[in-house]
Design a protein around this ligand. Structure first.
Ligand SMILES: Cc1cc2nc3c(=O)[nH]c(=O)nc-3n(C[C@H](O)[C@H](O)[C@H](O)COP(=O)(O)OP(=O)(O)OC[C@H]3O[C@@H](n4cnc5c(N)ncnc54)[C@H](O)[C@@H]3O)c2cc1C
Length: 448
């Protein structure tokens, strides 16, 4: 018998592991573990934690609808696995999971591997998150050094995906021999009631969102994606982050229609950050590679509380705080404003987004924050400091987004609504020049 553990793959269709289990033709016990490291210290109540809990509830419903058994446990994953292997007394011969590349996930999986070895059980990690096959891509490019810059990576990625498509599988949980055995969890491994509260799965069906986007809005994506008030992108990222929708199905749907290049380019961005996280030794430690001591956190709290006095920044932070969403263009503006105009270390903004974003994903979040802060291999030039006022005028000329999220300003004329308030915490022009000077020094401080 096998043990399959769900993690960032909260769905029952098109999972690499389901294809694998089907080929093995053996029964498998399926478990979802609520990990206190990821779901405690208040995170369970933040948008990212709520997103996970909702999709976890939906996963349970999907298993029930397929008349299959999903076990749900609470605790440190290695301890839960140890408990299960003891319960099954040698009947489980292999543990199957999807590979995850964050530092915490790798440490967690080292723990699970240790337990599996102690029980003489095989530990198999399959790849499900990425569109491309990492080893296949490396062989295809023939490069000894990984790509550092997105543009070059993107060119080769498109060629690779055309030659080696990774089509979705038609298999669902109904095609897998899921064991219906019972597990009597000890009290400490039962899900605490407060983690189940507010977990009602009112999520929209992601395939419906995908179809509607592909049919109605995909063609305008390239031209209008930055118009955060007038245009709606796919809104799939909070599903992608927990694996509630298959990335292969997204790519496949896009690939069938014309004018999908720009959207597919975003999926490539996602693969690029996953690729860099695997191959870039400093990906998670850039704060130690540069000397960031010239930066400070004086204005950080005002930024979090949407009290900077720059209307578009405060509107975007209000949306984030209230809903867990923020359009991509505004993530760029708020991140650049924090790191450059306010000279705040990117790690603080990154950590704030970790709690607040519904679609929080460690690797994607870090890659994007590094880009905005001009740090790392693939980053915006240090002298690029977007002006939030002119960007606001450009992408939402009437200021409707500001009116929606900052109703106190709703009666202002569209000429005035974008302008800094009298009590703005920085002067945009002066802080831009200061940021350029400071970041020039920071980049020069890079350790080899
Ligand atoms: C500072 C900052 C932090 C970010 N943090 C996250 C995060 O924690 N989690 C996250 O999923 N995205 C993050 N992004 C990327 C991006 O903003 C979101 O993926 C996008 O806004 C999601 O909206 P959508 O699903 O409508 O995407 P669409 O525009 O419809 O794009 C389709 C899919 O492509 C992927 N994608 C799009 N843009 C990017 C990008 N820049 N980088 C990587 N993948 C992308 C997402 O999976 C998205 O669902 C961040 C961007 C910035 C600038």
């Amino acid at each position: 018998m096998k043990l399959f553990i769900h993690r960032k793959d909260l769905r029952t269709d098109d999972l690499t592991a389901f294809d694998y289990l089907r080929e093995q033709e053996e029964e498998s016990v399926h478990v979802l573990i609520y990990d206190p490291f990821l779901l405690r210290q208040g995170r369970e109540k933040e948008h990212s934690g709520v997103n996970f809990r909702r999709h976890a509830a939906r996963l349970g419903e999907q298993y029930r609808e397929s008349k299959q058994k999903l076990h749900v446990a609470y605790g440190k994953p290695a301890e839960v696995v140890d408990f299960i292997l003891n319960q099954f007394k040698g009947d489980i011969t292999e543990i199957v999971v999807h590979r995850d590349m964050t530092p915490y996930a790798m440490e967690r999986d080292r723990g699970i591997r240790k337990v599996s070895e102690a029980h003489d059980v095989t530990f198999t990690q399959l790849t499900d998150h990425l569109l491309m096959d990492l080893n296949g891509f490396t062989n295809f490019t023939g490069k000894s050094e990984p790509y550092k810059v997105f543009a070059a990576f993107h060119r080769r990625w498109v060629e690779f995906m055309n030659e080696h498509p990774n089509p979705p599988s038609a298999a669902t949980v109904a095609d897998v021999k899921v064991s219906d055995c019972q597990i009597e969890w000890p009290e400490q491994m039962q899900i605490p009631q407060e983690l189940l509260e507010g977990s009602v799965s009112d999520n929209e069906e992601p395939h419906l969102l995908l179809d509607q986007f592909v049919v109605n809005r995909m063609a305008e994506y390239g031209e209008h994606r930055d118009e955060y008030e007038a245009y709606e992108p796919s809104h799939l990222s909070s599903y992608v982050a927990v694996g509630a929708v298959s990335i292969r199905k997204m790519y496949d749907a896009a690939n069938r229609v014309a004018e999908a290049e720009e959207w597919i380019r975003q999926l490539c961005f996602r693969d690029f950050y996953l690729y860099r996280a695997v191959y870039e030794s400093h990906y998670f430690t850039y704060e130690k590679v540069y000397d960031l001591s010239a930066l400070h956190e004086a204005h950080f709290e005002r930024w979090c509380k949407a009290e900077t006095g720059i209307p578009i920044i405060d509107a975007a932070m209000t949306e984030l705080n209230e809903t867990g969403h923020m359009p991509n263009r505004l993530r760029i503006l708020t991140a650049m404003f924090l790191t450059k105009n306010l000279q705040c270390p990117f790690t603080l903004g990154e950590a704030y987004f970790r709690r607040k974003l519904s679609d929080y994903d460690n690797i994607q979040n870090r890659g994007n924050w590094l880009w905005c802060a001009s740090l790392g291999e693939n980053a915006a030039p240090y002298f690029r400091v977007n002006n939030p006022v002119t960007q606001s005028e450009k992408y939402d000329p009437q200021g409707d987004y500001i009116r929606r999220w900052l109703p106190v300003l709703k009666d202002l004329h569209s000429k005035d609504i974008h302008q800094p308030r009298k009590d703005a915490i920085v002067d945009l022009k002066a802080s831009r020049q200061a940021a350029i000077d400071v970041y020039k020094q920071i980049l020069a401080s890079r350790k080899k």
